[in-house]
Ligand binder design. Structure first.
Ligand code: FE2
Length: 295
């Protein structure tokens, strides 16, 4: 799927079509957290520059209570966005905090960090996403850093017909700018609510990869004048092909989705567990640096 999807980028102009749709596979990570792995799975290894997308959503504490105890990362960024519940994080730079619903933690692992993410609750619903965003070779060994924002720091853009856009990263064509800054792949990370028949239409740079994940309801991805629209149901990721505009239309009474885009790197990827580098040697170096306590 990814091969034909990438070929779609050879058509840089026009409205982006759906070139793949997938629901992900059940997976377990951390100390036994049950989640759905949508990118970074046997179905789709990556969607350059996106290395992994996990969806976690459960009302059952047994699915999440074990959390993600201390583990390392090198070479990319992890983005945790919560819809419900609370997660406490700690890391080897001494930072600690709690992510709240509607809040985001954008961690640049760079040359190395050890962190933990544990539920700050023993019951109730935990729901959210973790995205892994690759760093270009020039930035993989940068100093680790964090950007963390409470929900009230994330601007809400209102458009006609009741379209609501929470701008976590990047900027919209109407000038709303998210709080996350200084990311080399220039990502745009939006949480969008669409009323029935509500339209979201937005330019996107032709050299950026994009996906939409429907959280609730359904979304028609408008494919331009001569091509059929494609309806994407809740719980489905739509990979968007080449083009310089994205158009989405709400199809149910309530519709909510994530729309994420970022610059494609087109660099070699060597990955193993929590490390993502450009070569096998760099991966071996990551393991030996971690084992020697150099993170
Ligand atoms: Fe992690």
């Amino acid at each position: 799927m990814s091969t034909s999807a990438h070929q779609e980028f050879s058509a840089p102009q026009g409205v982006r079509r759906v070139v793949g749709a997938l629901r992900g596979v059940p997976a377990e990570d951390g100390a036994g957290v049950k989640l759905t792995r949508i990118i970074g799975s046997p179905q789709l290894d990556m969607w350059d520059p996106f290395l992994l997308l996990d969806r976690f959503e459960s009302d059952n504490p047994k699915d999440y209570i074990a959390g993600f105890p201390a583990h390392p990362h090198r070479g990319f960024e992890t983005v945790t966005y919560l819809l419900a519940g609370r997660l406490r994080h700690k890391d080897s730079t001494g930072r600690e905090g709690v992510i709240e619903p509607g809040g985001v933690q954008w961690m640049t692992a760079g040359r190395g960090i050890v962190h933990s993410e544990m539920p700050e609750q023993v019951e109730g619903r935990l729901s959210g996403f973790q995205l892994w965003l690759n760093l270009p070779a020039t930035h993989k060994m940068t100093a680790p850093s964090y950007q963390e924002f409470d929900p009230d720091a994330i601007p809400l853009e209102r458009r006609g017909e009741g379209v609501l856009i929470r701008v976590i990263a990047g900027q919209t064509s109407e000038g709303t700018r998210g709080p996350v800054e200084g990311v080399p792949t220039s990502p745009r990370y939006l949480d969008i609510e669409l009323p029935p028949h509500g339209v979201f239409s937005e330019p996107v740079p032709a050299d950026h990869a994009a996906f939409a994940y429907v959280i609730e309801g359904g979304v028609d991805v408008r494919a331009g004048r001569d091509v059929n629209d494609r309806r994407i149901a809740a719980g489905t990721l739509a990979l968007l092909g080449g083009g310089d505009r994205i158009q989405l239309i709400g199809s149910e009474p309530r519709n909510r989705l994530l729309l994420v885009s970022a610059l494609r790197l087109e660099e070699p990827v060597a990955r193993s567990g929590p490390f993502v580098m450009n070569t096998r040697d760099e991966i071996m170096q990551a393991y030996s640096d971690y084992q020697a306590g150099r993170f």
